[in-house]
Design a protein around this ligand. Structure first.
Ligand SMILES: NC(=O)c1ccc[n+]([C@@H]2O[C@H](COP(=O)([O-])OP(=O)(O)OC[C@H]3O[C@@H](n4cnc5c(N)ncnc54)[C@H](O)[C@@H]3O)[C@@H](O)[C@H]2O)c1
Length: 324
C-alpha cells in the first residue's frame, strides 16, 4: 500500500510514517518545514525517515496546487492519504490568524481537490482537533455533540476543515474520516505544548506558568495510542452514505494540569516553581474524549497512563537535550 502523509516532518506525521514503514507500506511525505517551531527538530525527524528506502519526501506547501498536480501525475499508485499538515496551536492563532486560514482551510481544500482528482483513492483521513468542542461544557466531548462555538480561530479552521471534507465526500463520493486528536504527547513531541514547556522549565530551573490559576484539565494522549487509532481508521473507510465519519482519539481521562506537573516533577526529580496566571484567550478549561464510537467502529483502545507515558517522554527529552 502507498500512503501519502502530509505534515510528515511534524510530531504525529513522523510517528505515523515510521509505523507505516515498519509494517511494509510505501510512504510519500509532504511538508513545508514551517518555522512555527524549531525547524532542526523537524529535520531530525525527517532525517530518520529518509534512511528508509520505501520513504520519499517532497519539500512543498500543501497549498501549492501546481506541485500537488505534479505529485498526482508522478505517483499514480497512491491509494490512501493521511492529511496532517496544519498550522497548529491555539494561542498563536490570536497573533497570526492568516497562517491558519492558509494552512488549515486553503490547505484542506487543496488536498481535497487532490483526493478528488485521484482515481484509485480508497480513503482520505485528516486531522481535526478536540478544540472544535470549544465552549461546550458537556464532558466527555462526544462526536454527537454540536460544535458551533469555537473559542479560537485555530478551532474554527479545524471545524471548517471537517465541513469541507463532509461536503467533498457528499459531492464526489470520497471516503473520508476526520480524527479529533486530544493533546498528543510523546518522544519527538511539540515544543509549543505543555509537557515539553513544563519539562524544559524544570530542567532549566525556570518558573512554570499555569493558566486559569491551575484550574485546567486536559485529556493527554500517548502518541502510540494515537498512531494505532490513525492506522485503525485508515483501514476502515466509512460504509455510510455519504462516506464521511468523525471520531475522537483521546485517552478518555481528564487530568488536572497540576497533576501533570506533579508527574513531571517525579519523572525529572526536580521541584516546580509554579506561577499561577489567568485563563488565556482561546483556551478552554477542560477536555475529555468520549471514545465510544472509536471503540465500537475502530477497535480503538488507548492503554497508556500519563504516569507511564510522561516518564518515557522525559527519558527521551533528557537524552535529546543531553540533560542529566
Ligand atoms: N499534537 C496534538 O496534540 C494535536 C491535537 C489536535 C490536533 N492536532 C492536529 O494534528 C495534526 C498534526 O499535528 P502535530 O502535533 O504533528 O503538529 P506539527 O506542527 O508537529 O506537524 C504539522 C506539520 O505540518 C507542516 N506544515 C504546516 N503547514 C504546512 C503547509 N502549508 N504545507 C505543508 N506542510 C505544512 C509543519 O511543518 C509540520 O511539520 C495537525 O493537523 C494538528 O492540527 C494535533
Amino acid at each position: 500500500m502507498t500512503v501519502l502523509v502530509t505534515g510528515v516532518a511534524g510530531f504525529i506525521g513522523y510517528h505515523l510514517a515510521r509505523a507505516l514503514l515498519e509494517r511494509g507500506d510505501d510512504v510519500i511525505g509532504i511538508d513545508n518545514l514551517s518555522p512555527y517551531y524549531d525547524v532542526a527538530l523537524k529535520q531530525a525527524r525527517l532525517a530518520q525517515l529518509c534512511r528508509e528506502p520505501a520513504f520519499s519526501f517532497h519539500h512543498m506547501d500543501v497549498t501549492d496546487r501546481k506541485a500537488l498536480a505534479r505529485l498526482e501525475l508522478g505517483d499514480r499508485n497512491i491509494d490512501r492519504i493521511v492529511h496532517l499538515a496544519a498550522q497548529p496551536g491555539v494561542r498563536h492563532s490570536l497573533v497570526a490568524p492568516y497562517d491558519y486560514t492558509a494552512a488549515n482551510v486553503e490547505g484542506q481544500l487543496a488536498i481535497l481537490e487532490l483526493a478528488r482528482a485521484m482515481t484509485g483513492l480508497k480513503h482520505f483521513v485528516y486531522a481535526s482537533s478536540s478544540s472544535v468542542y470549544g465552549a461546550n461544557d458537556a464532558i466527555p466531548f462526544s462526536v454527537d455533540h454540536r460544535v458551533d462555538h469555537p473559542v479560537s480561530l485555530y478551532a474554527a479552521t479545524k471545524r471548517a476543515g471537517e465541513l469541507m471534507a463532509s461536503c467533498y465526500s457528499h459531492l464526489y463520493d470520497i471516503p473520508a474520516t476526520g480524527l479529533r486528536f486530544f493533546t498528543v504527547y510523546g518522544p519527538w513531541g511539540r515544543p509549543d505544548m505543555s509537557p515539553w514547556i513544563f519539562t524544559q522549565a524544570l530542567f532549566e530551573k525556570q518558573p512554570l506558568t499555569v493558566y486559569n490559576h491551575g484550574d485546567l484539565r486536559r485529556d493527554f494522549t500517548w502518541i502510540d495510542d494515537i498512531v494505532a487509532g490513525v492506522l485503525a481508521a485508515l483501514a476502515k473507510p466509512p460504509a455510510t452514505s455519504p462516506p464521511h465519519a468523525i471520531y475522537n482519539l483521546g485517552n478518555h481521562r481528564s487530568e488536572s494540569i497540576l497533576h501533570l506537573i506533579h508527574v513531571l516533577e517525579e519523572a525529572t526529580g526536580i521541584s516546580a516553581d509554579i506561577r499561577l496566571a489567568p485563563l488565556q484567550p482561546g483556551d478552554v478549561r477542560e477536555t475529555c474524549a468520549d471514545i465510544q464510537a472509536s471503540r465500537r467502529d475502530l477497535g480503538y483502545e488507548p492503554s497508556t497512563s500519563i504516569e507511564e507515558g510522561m516518564l518515557r517522554f522525559v527519558d527521551w527529552f533528557r537524552s535529546y537535550h543531553g540533560y542529566r
